[in-house]
Design a binder for this molecule. Structure first.
Ligand SMILES: C[S@@+](CC[C@H](N)C(=O)[O-])C[C@H]1O[C@@H](n2cnc3c(N)ncnc32)[C@H](O)[C@@H]1O
Length: 183
């Protein structure tokens, strides 16, 4: 199956923590075959954008979104997350699931993402710890992501840990760009 059960549970968990509203503009970085976008886009009235550097995965995402009914709302862009095109919207929500491997340049990339957020907008960075990882491993990952978000200028940082999502320990760190959110 393209999107395994544990990955689906994990994406749902991260999206629940990000809590995108139906009128909000949402950007997903590293959207791959579009599973998370497919959970957000069908009910959305805002603009939904998915970015991935793999054109092959984006074609799969396109088909997936057509099947689940989110294609009309969604723009898929083939780009690297540190070389984003310009957008005519500031996003209220940014989602990054399992793309923490950009961690070697995490602060620089998170800073780029921060300025794409509207004031008060929120990012969620979710990572699955390796199989059979100890609780401390997930905690350390959460702390590493939280530190990078803080250095990149985010506030209201919260690390959420779970050892029950799809049988793996997961961490999802949420943070906000300073400023008042839109009414
Ligand atoms: C491990 S997959 C995660 C996919 C999806 N978010 C999920 O959790 O199912 C990482 C995805 O990020 C994309 N990716 C990795 N580095 C990237 C970069 N520098 N810019 C844009 N996309 C990138 C890869 O092509 C891949 O689709």
């Amino acid at each position: 199956m393209l999107h395994g059960r544990s990955r689906r549970a994990y994406a749902r968990w991260a999206i629940g923590l990000l809590a995108p509203g139906i009128d909000e503009d949402v950007l997903e970085i590293g959207c791959a075959s579009g599973y998370a976008l497919g959970l957000i886009a069908p009910a959305a009235r805002g603009r939904i954008v998915g970015i991935d550097r793999s054109a092959v995965l984006l074609r799969i995402a396109e088909g997936h979104l057509r099947r689940v009914g989110g294609a009309a709302r969604t723009t898929l862009i083939c780009a690297a997350e540190d070389d984003l095109p310009s957008f005519d919207v500031a996003f209220e929500k940014v989602l990054a699931i399992n793309v923490w491997p950009f961690r070697s340049e995490s602060v620089r990339v998170l800073d780029i993402l921060r300025v794409r957020l509207a004031p008060g907008g929120r990012i969620a960075v979710a990572v699955r710890a390796p199989r059979r990882a100890a609780p401390a491993t997930a905690q350390a990952l959460g702390a590493e992501i939280a530190r990078a978000l803080e250095t990149a200028g985010f506030g209201r940082i919260e690390a959420h840990l779970s050892d029950r999502v799809g049988g793996r320990r997961c961490v999802c760190v949420t943070a906000c760009r300073a400023g008042a959110s839109r009414p």
